[in-house]
Every structure is written in structure tokens, then in C-alpha cells.
Design a binder for this molecule. Structure first.
Ligand code: CTP
Length: 409
């Protein structure tokens, strides 16, 4: 299912040059499955035409409160009721002032006054206008009234000044929207630590031992947990994935770095999900200079790294929920169950890397979720879907429902 399937998003576009970024956002929202309506102020139509939005959203773009040539309904009320979220972007100093004082003198401001859904405002203007005490006071008021404020970005503005006041890029606005409405906040207040990616164990300044982990599974878990309202920390080995918005990222390199990072965050963690493919061995010594090749064969003495999960299992407080991952090529269930017991985990997600569509580097995975009293074999799924099933199962277990349901099968 698309991220915003069944959701109605209203974009309120006001008269700033950054309005040019909004068609891009409208298109991203539509691709994510949302029904998108755009409401523009008269001034906004000087910068960009309603036709652009109408073409992208498939919906009439509303400008004038008293337009009579479409739907026999009180538009501002019907749209306000249908909306799951309203984003006003770019929000000029003028519209911010109006909203802060309950003024409703056009379609957009009337609609916002009538709507009870979450409302986000992205101020965008010249730095001096933004820092004007009147604007600052109005933004404070909007926060008090429950509006979410998306901080403006820093950079060169259309007026050639450099400072704060730029409208963030559509990707960032999109991230704010999905954070707000993509999922019910079933993990609100829960502190989740996710580990992801490989670790690198150097044996000289230019070479290291590692594995093929891309980090995708862990990054998907971190994102989906964030969308459920969890407070997420992601401890990541070296990967080439972009950071997950609204997730605290701690970058590490070695298994030892990851061990120390996990130990540090553990007292503030309710759920630990170890997707990382931690190196099991590291070179005993790290050469100070690059090791030159010779005619002889080379042997690199290695030693075991700390088994982080095992350490956590041995030191675990009653209320910490621990989920590990493992990769098997044979006897999947037996091996995974043995690991679950040996490392004192609450859940293990096992995948057979020999199955098509499972394992490192792919967008998909084939996972079996095993707890002390249940085994749930999931079909081939995208890693984001696996993440959702895993979080569903963790939620059910933590809520004391024991057995996981089979909605993921
Ligand atoms: N893990 C860990 N510390 C390590 C190695 C692995 O915490 N030094 C964690 C991984 O993050 C993963 C789980 O342990 O959650 C994997 O368990 P492991 O026994 O290492 O699985 P395999 O690598 O599949 O083990 P084996 O080589 O015994 O098959």
C-alpha cells in the first residue's frame, strides 16, 4: 500500500517566489497515494498558475471564496472536513499574521479557520521580515494554537540576501507530512534503538574486513518506527543511504564502536532492534602503515569481536524488549530458535539468504519472525513492509497479546 493511500492533503499556497517548489510537492504527494487539493491566495497566482496544480493533482485549484462555477457545497467547510492535513507553504508574513489573529478574508484563511486537522506552516520570506518581532510573535502564537511550524532554511534568498527564510525543499516538506499522517501513532513515547549496516574492521590504513550489508533493512525499521511516533535512535555502520528524517543518527565504523554506542543508549531504550551485520572477527593488530605485498602468501590473524546482542541479553532489564536478526542457509527455524534462547532475545527475525528475494543489498526480504511462543513466516515483501510486520509483532508482544496476528501473511 502507498504511504498516503486514503489521505487527503490540502496545500495552501501563498504569494511568495518559493511557490515554484510546490508543484513538485503536489506531485510527490499524489505519487504517495494522497488525494491533493491546492488552495491559492490571489497573490500566489501571480507566481504560478492554478492550471499547473490542477494538471498535477487532478483537482480544481481553489482561489476565490465566492467562485460559483463548481461543486454545490460550501467549499471551505467541505474541504476542511475532508482534510487529514493542511500545509501552508510558502507562508508569507501576511498569511501568518492573518492566521495568528483568526482573520478569514479569502478561501485559504477561511478554510484554515474551519479545519480541525493537523496544520503545518512553512514560513518563507526575507530574513528581516522573518526576524521582525511582529512576525516572531505571530509564529509563537501559531505554535500556541497548535500549528506545526516547519523551520525555514538558510541560504541565498530571491532578493540576493543570504540568511534564514528559504522554503525547505519539497522532500523535506514531504517528510514532515508523512511524519504527521502516514501512520497511527501506535509507538508514541516508545524509545527505539535500531542498529543497521555492516561494520568495518581495519587491518591497515587502507584495508578492512566487512560484509555486504547495505543497511536497508535497519533504515526501513527506523523510518517505520518514526512514522509510528517512536523516538528513534539509529546506530549505523558505514552505508550509502541518506539519513532518515526525524531519527537520531549515530554513525559508527567498527563492531567495538557499535558496542559502545549500544551500551550508551541502552539505559534510554525500550526496544532494541539489532539488524546490523556486525563483523564477528577483527584483525588482531592494525598496521600503522599500508601493508606492502610480498611474494609470500599472507595470513591475517583475527580475533572475535564482542557479541553485542549476547552482552545485552546477559545484562538486560525486565522491561527492555530485544529483537535480533539472523541469516541462515539451512535449518532456519532451529538455528534461529537456538540463537533466540542463547542470546536471551524476545524476538528474532530470520532469513534464509538462499531464498530468492532475501538478503543483502535487495529492496525485498523473506523473513520468519520467531518469538518464544510463535513462529510467523512472512512471504516475499519489500523491506519497508517487513519492517511494518516486525513492528506490528513487537507492539502486540509488548501489549501482552502474546501471539502475533497473521495480517502480514
Ligand atoms: N550480532 C551482535 N554482535 C556481533 C555479531 C552479531 O550483536 N558481534 C547480532 C546481529 O546484529 C544480529 C544477530 O546478532 O542481530 C545475529 O546473530 P549471530 O549469532 O551473529 O548470527 P549469525 O551471524 O547468523 O551467526 P552464525 O555465524 O552463528 O550463524
Amino acid at each position: 500500500m502507498e504511504l498516503l493511500q486514503g489521505k487527503c492533503v490540502i496545500l495552501g499556497v501563498t504569494g511568495g517566489i518559493a511557490a515554484y517548489k510546490m508543484p513538485n510537492l503536489a506531485s510527490m504527494l499524489r505519487k504517495a497515494g494522497a488525494e491533493v487539493h491546492v488552495v491559492m491566495t490571489e497573490h500566489a497566482t501571480q507566481f504560478i498558475t492554478p492550471l499547473t496544480f490542477e494538471t498535477l493533482t487532478g483537482n480544481r485549484c481553489v482561489v476565490d471564496t465566492f467562485a460559483r462555477d463548481f461543486k454545490y457545497e460550501v467549499t471551505h467547510v467541505s474541504l476542511a472536513k475532508a482534510a487529514d492535513l493542511i500545509l501552508i507553504a510558502p507562508a508569507t508574513a501576511n498569511v501568518i499574521a492573518k492566521l495568528a489573529h483568526g482573520i478569514a478574508d479569502d478561501m485559504l484563511t477561511t478554510l484554515v479557520l474551519a479545519a480541525k486537522c493537523p496544520k503545518l506552516v512553512a514560513p518563507s520570506m526575507n530574513t528581516a521580515m522573518l526576524e521582525n518581532p511582529a512576525t516572531e510573535e505571530n509564529i509563537r502564537k501559531l505554535k500556541d494554537y497548535g500549528f506545526g511550524i516547519i523551520d525555514s532554511a538558510y541560504g541565498m534568498l530571491a532578493c540576493r540576501d543570504t540568511g534564514k527564510g528559504k522554503l525547505p525543499e519539497p522532500e523535506e516538506l514531504f517528510a514532515h507530512i508523512i511524519k504527521e499522517i502516514a501512520h497511527e501513532k501506535t509507538l508514541a513515547g516508545v524509545r527505539i534503538t535500531v542498529t543497521a549496516g555492516p561494520t568495518q574492521e581495519a587491518f591497515d590504513p587502507v584495508r578492512y574486513l566487512t560484509n555486504h550489508s547495505s543497511g536497508r533493512m535497519g533504515y526501513a525499521v527506523a523510518e517505520r518506527a518514526m512514522l509510528r511516533g517512536a523516538d528513534v535512535t539509529l546506530i549505523s555502520g558505514p552505508v550509502s543511504l541518506p539519513p532518515v528524517p526525524f531519527v537520531k543518527l549515530r554513525s559508527v565504523v567498527t563492531a567495538q564502536d557499535m558496542f559502545l554506542a549500544v551500551q550508551e543508549v541502552l539505559p534510554e531504550t525500550d526496544v532494541l532492534i539489532m539488524t546490523a551485520a556486525v563483523a564477528d572477527y577483527r584483525p588482531v593488530t592494525v598496521a600503522e602503515d599500508k601493508v606492502k605485498k610480498s611474494e609470500d602468501d599472507m595470513t591475517i590473524p583475527v580475533e572475535r569481536t564482542e557479541d553485542i546482542l549476547r552482552w545485552v541479553g546477559a545484562h538486560k532489564q525486565e522491561d527492555l524488549y530485544v529483537c535480533g536478526f539472523c541469516m541462515e542457509t539451512q535449518h532456519l527455524e532451529e538455528s534461529a530458535e537456538e540463537k533466540l534462547r542463547r542470546k536471551n532475545m524476545d524476538m528474532i527475525a530470520a532469513n534464509n539468504v538462499k531464498v530468492e528475494g532475501a538478503g543483502f543489498g535487495l529492496e525485498t526480504n523473506v523473513v520468519t519472525i520467531i518469538t518464544k511462543d510463535n513462529i510467523q513466516a512472512l512471504p516475499l515483501m519489500r523491506k519497508t513492509e517487513v519492517a511494518d510486520c516486525l513492528l506490528d509483532a513487537i507492539e502486540q508482544q509488548r501489549n501482552g497479546k502474546g501471539k502475533t496476528d497473521d495480517s502480514c501473511n
